[in-house]
Design a protein around this ligand. Sequence first.
Ligand SMILES: NC(=O)c1ccc[n+]([C@@H]2O[C@H](COP(=O)([O-])OP(=O)(O)OC[C@H]3O[C@@H](n4cnc5c(N)ncnc54)[C@H](OP(=O)(O)O)[C@@H]3O)[C@@H](O)[C@H]2O)c1
Length: 256
Amino acid sequence: MKITIIGAGNMGSAIARGLAQGNLIKAKDITVSNPSNGKLETLKTAFPDIVTTNDNEKAVENADIVILAVKPWLVAKVVPSLKLKCSQIFVSLAAGITTEQLTEYVNPRIPIARMIPNTAIAELSSMTLISTRDMTKEQEQLLLNIFNEMGMTLIIDESKMAAATALTSCGIAYVLKYVQAAMQAGIEMGITQKESMTMVAQSLEGAAKILLNNNTHPSIEIDKVTTPGGLTIKGINELEHNGFTSAIIKAIKASL
Ligand SMILES: NC(=O)c1ccc[n+]([C@@H]2O[C@H](COP(=O)([O-])OP(=O)(O)OC[C@H]3O[C@@H](n4cnc5c(N)ncnc54)[C@H](OP(=O)(O)O)[C@@H]3O)[C@@H](O)[C@H]2O)c1
């Protein structure tokens, strides 16, 4: 299985690193193409077996899967020049470019996937969304297997892609905003910035694990820590008096 990544920016490089650290694809079977050399050299230093090039067309020649990681406004220019074949799987990361639009630039019989990871892919903890077009169950499973090595991957209907992106790709920034706000409170109460960050981030990871490992619901878990007359319910009610739930709903819907 050979994978080519077009674009060595934040996403392209994070995926190349993730793939090279996983068990499914060998580093020597990963090719990354980018017009400038700096990011390619950084990748090569970390993973010498990864193949790097400035030639997109040559890079995709023998690939089984081609991952497009350029900015959305470059899609129309870059994709036709790749001359993709029907035997290849085409995966586009370009936000907002639909599979329908992508078929304008490639042979319409090519299996296409739209993929939206979030920045936690660099830590192999991405929430990755995939929607596919003209793809067999085996090809979908292959993508799931590959990207589950870099976090959690869900195949969703393309009609839900924008909403799901608001929850995950934009959503990671809102979660970080909560961490930043909690840190400010910690600092005001005399805890150092670094300690505040560690305390809040670890609490966040714990909360995520409670939910994901036990398939439970936030209400059940909040109920466990809100003793009647206790401190936590005072804080929860204060959040609500200040419109916390409404602010989150509005923020996520604003990202549609
Ligand atoms: N960042 C996110 O959280 C996120 C999440 C989901 C999806 N996405 C999508 O992922 C894609 C990449 O985003 P990014 O944040 O990784 O952008 P980025 O850091 O700007 O990376 C884009 C890369 O594409 C390279 N490039 C430019 N022209 C090229 C060409 N003709 N052929 C090959 N490579 C070329 C650029 O190289 P030079 O720098 O040398 O010009 C750059 O290294 C975007 O479409 C974005 O919508 C991003």
